[in-house]
Design a protein around this ligand. Structure first.
Ligand code: FPP
Length: 222
């Protein structure tokens, strides 16, 4: 969800204003994906590298997550399965408790859209975390190193059980993945948009989906 800072700066406002507007967009896009029956939506909300931002920006993002998680996921309105990708340990305790509660309480919607918030997430960290767990299975669980294969590592990732990414949408003009779903994006179609995230809306999402529908996917075959 890139471009919040630039969007705010263009309006002579602090970067945090852009994040606030970005959070509203987040809500719209979640709704649209639920309406379309999209099975998995992953939103990159906070990377393992984002802790390096000025403390006041990090604090404001934590406040926003706390506030909007309540609003976005009023389960009575939005029946979606909610998961968080990444290590929750560094988040403030009340936020962590909220994240865990949402994961628990939304379990009953497992057959509907799953919304995954990548928070304190990094694609490399995801792979390292899975590799550590695989090593643990060898050391403690009696597994053989030869048992470690793609299927096993895949099942140990934060996205365990979810499908690979089909389409990755990056708004904000940059053309890179920035450590997002590195393993899961092996055959993802990439869509780059110059629209800054606070201006991204349902129409922009539909544009990306329409282009995706025209792509020919061969997964290495012919
Ligand atoms: C990147 O834009 C955006 C972020 C690091 C934060 C994204 C978070 C939100 C949109 C709030 C989400 C709310 C919930 C409930 C998860 P940037 O700051 O790097 O923009 P820039 O490239 O213009 O500086």
């Amino acid at each position: 969800m890139d471009g919040n800072g630039r969007w705010a700066k263009k309006r002579g406002m602090p970067r945090t204003y852009g994040h606030r507007e970005g959070a509203k967009v987040c809500k719209k896009i979640v709704n649209r994906c639920i309406d379309l029956g999209i099975k998995y939506l992953t939103l990159y909300a906070f990377s393992t590298e984002n802790w390096k931002r000025p403390q006041d920006e990090v604090d404001e993002l934590m406040r926003l997550f706390d506030k909007y998680l309540d609003e976005i996921f009023d389960n009575r309105k939005q029946k979606a399965r909610i998961l968080f990708l990444g290590d929750k340990a560094p988040f403030p305790a009340p936020l962590r408790v909220k994240m865990e509660k949402l994961e628990r309480e939304s379990e009953e919607y497992s057959d509907r859209t799953t919304v995954m918030f990548a928070m304190n997430y990094g694609g490399r960290d995801d792979i390292v975390h899975a590799a550590r767990r695989a090593a643990q299975l060898v050391v403690e669980g009696g597994a053989d190193p030869g048992d470690i294969d793609e299927k096993m590592l895949d099942s140990l990732l934060y996205t365990s059980g979810a499908a690979d990414a089909d389409l990755i949408i990056r708004p904000g003009g940059e053309k890179r993945l920035s450590n997002f779903l590195l393993w899961q994006s092996a055959y993802a179609e990439l869509y780059f948009s110059d629209v800054l995230w606070p201006d991204f809306d349902e129409k922009e999402l539909d544009k990306a989906l329409n282009e995706f529908a025209l792509r020919s996917r061969r997964f290495g075959g012919v």
